[in-house]
Design a protein. Structure first.
Length: 173
């Protein structure tokens, strides 16, 4: 069953389908959100919980690929989460303890270098890189998810790659 079929079944009351969907997607959603929050897995888990509730109970309007719709839900929930932070809270989450969503690759130095380089990007560039290379969305899908035109997607992606090249050097091939 596809993820879209699982969600449809879950919205019709089949909680086993919902559990399977969450099992398939939870780690990717948490990793994507944690990357947005400089690795803060606790905040990422909170947002992921809201994402899955929205998938189950919120409006369901995929206009294209299901993955693009899911990414739009994730981006919206990140924005909602940041908007709910109490007065005086940092506007951007602080880095978490080492490990977290990226810890599976902890022993791989190339992954650690890549992770640090991507996390060093500002949010505008980081989102485009993650949507393109982690979520494997197309330019038009990224434009739809972020609410920008496709030229802006490619411009941001090129700027991000220019920023990453000197940080990565020859370490990541």
């Amino acid at each position: 069953m596809t993820d879209e079929q699982l969600v449809t079944e879950a919205r019709n009351g089949d909680m086993k389908s919902f559990e399977l969907f969450v099992a398939r997607r939870e780690s990717r959603v948490i990793a994507f959100v944690a990357a947005r929050f400089d690795g803060n897995v606790n905040w990422a888990e909170d947002v992921a919980h809201e994402v899955f509730l929205k998938v189950l109970y919120g409006p369901y309007e995929p206009r294209g690929r299901f993955d693009a719709w899911l990414c739009r839900v994730v981006i919206d929930e990140i924005a909602a989460f940041l908007g709910k932070q109490p007065m005086g809270a940092p506007s951007r989450p602080r880095p978490s303890e080492p490990g977290g969503a990226w810890s599976q690759a902890q022993d791989d130095e190339r992954i650690a270098v890549l992770r640090d380089a991507v996390l060093s990007l500002n949010t505008i560039h980081r989102d485009v890189v993650l949507l393109r290379f982690v979520e494997e969305l197309t330019g038009p899908e990224i434009a739809d998810v972020l609410g920008i035109d496709e030229d802006a997607v490619w411009s941001r992606l090129n700027a991000a790659l220019r920023q990453l090249r000197p940080k990565l050097g020859e370490r990541v091939t």
